[in-house]
Design a protein around this ligand. Structure first.
Ligand SMILES: O=P(O)(O)OC[C@H]1O[C@](O)(COP(=O)(O)O)[C@@H](O)[C@@H]1O
Ligand SMILES: [Mg+2]
Ligand SMILES: [Mg+2]
Length: 355
């Protein structure tokens, strides 16, 4: 087999002698080491303890599982040894200052897809690396409250049949597969290019009754297949694990949607802008795909709060643009000029006409 590129060599080459890139690459090394450690724990499953046990409530009310807390601690310890000024985690109320003089700020979702812990479906660790800027000691959240376009690097480690690290340093998106024998992450393909078109979509369809009309209409058109307005059949793939869906989309295209809906706590969607949407959006854009909240490119959004949620649609560009166009048309209809009803009220008739 031809010699494959190892993550270490890739990072050394990317870092060169540029100080901030050296810091970014050291930090990615640390995250990869944490990923390797988590992968070993997951490979033991129930032999490593009751990883899926609910041990408390997370900041936003979701049940916190033993593995959520364990992965948070592993990431925190790994990043405390990297040039990281401030560490923010989905599993912690406040960002934590590690070394106020260090150049980077790192946000993590230590465990994405928590509902799958005991199911053998893929789960993952998502990370976003930002410049720390000045004054983190006074305002540790500040580095995260800027557009995701400022990210220096982003990625996730996915724990599935294989463990893989998906990474962008801002110049393409690459996948490195963990060799469990040597412990090395190895690139097994070149830069990823997501196809612009797709016939696969991922959404939790059980929430249909809560969606805004734009999303209902879009999904119902896909469901109608070749007899509907799209004139072709579409297939659903939903893993309830965003990293799993994102990995599939990177490999062969597709669209993922977690829109805002009417349920209490979901009016701004489910996913968190800082820990989940920003890094996934950077990976997608760097792979030629797109990510939007329906109205604005995710990477142009600015969080007011580090735990802020946002509606999230990402994947093959043509489909993402269709959804954005649907929202745009909905907004025009809603404008006082057209005197129509609110986004969440004009639903029943839309569904009936499509069903
Ligand atoms: O259970 P639902 O509402 O379908 O949500 C599933 C989505 O929520 C998430 O699990 C959110 O991430 P966490 O597991 O980190 O909370 C995504 O990975 C997944 O796509
Ligand atoms: Mg998550
Ligand atoms: Mg999580």
């Amino acid at each position: 087999m031809a010699e494959h590129l190892r993550l270490d060599s890739y990072l050394d080459f990317a870092a060169g002698r540029t100080p901030h890139l050296v810091a970014v690459c050291q930090t990615v090394h640390s995250i990869a080491a944490a990923g390797r450690q988590i992968s070993r724990i997951l490979a033991r499953g129930p032999l490593a303890g009751n990883l899926g046990a609910i041990i408390g409530a997370s900041i936003d009310g979701d049940g916190q599982k033993a593995l959520d807390a364990m992965t948070h601690t592993i990431l925190r310890e790994a990043l405390a040894r990297a040039p990281v000024a401030v560490f923010a985690s989905e599993e912690s109320d406040e960002p934590e200052v590690l070394d106020p003089h260090a150049p980077l700020a790192v946000a993590v979702d230590p465990l994405d897809g928590s509902s799958n812990i005991d199911t053998l479906a893929p789960i993952g660790t998502i990370f976003s690396i930002m410049p720390a800027g000045m004054g983190v000691a006074d305002d540790p959240a500040a580095p995260f409250l800027q557009p995701g376009r400022q990210q220096l690097a982003a990625g996730f480690v996915i724990y599935g049949p294989q463990t893989a690290l998906v990474l962008t340093l801002g110049a393409g998106t690459r996948v490195f597969t963990l060799d469990p024998d040597s412990g090395a992450f190895i690139a097994t393909r070149g830069e990823i290019e997501v196809p612009h078109t797709t016939r696969e979509y991922a959404i939790n369809g059980s929430n249909l009754r809560h969606w805004a009309p734009e999303i209902r209409t879009y999904i119902m058109e896909l469901k109608k297949g070749r007899n509907g307005p799209r004139g072709e059949d579409f297939n659903t793939r939903w893993l309830a694990s965003m990293v799993g869906d994102a990995f599939r989309i990177l490999m062969r295209g597709g669209i993922y949607l977690y829109p805002a809906d009417q349920r209490r706590g979901y009016r701004a969607g489910r996913l968190r802008l800082v820990y989940e949407a920003n890094p996934i959006a950077m990976l997608m854009e760097q792979a030629g795909a797109a990510a939007t909240d329906g109205r604005t490119a995710v990477l142009d959004l600015v969080a007011d709060d580090i735990h802020q949620r946002c509606p999230l649609v990402f994947g093959s560009t043509d489909e993402v643009m269709r959804v954005a166009d649907a929202y745009h048309a909905g907004a025009v209809n809603e404008s006082p000029l057209f005197k129509t009803r609110s986004l969440f009220r004009k639903t029943a008739s839309t569904i009936e006409s499509l069903a």
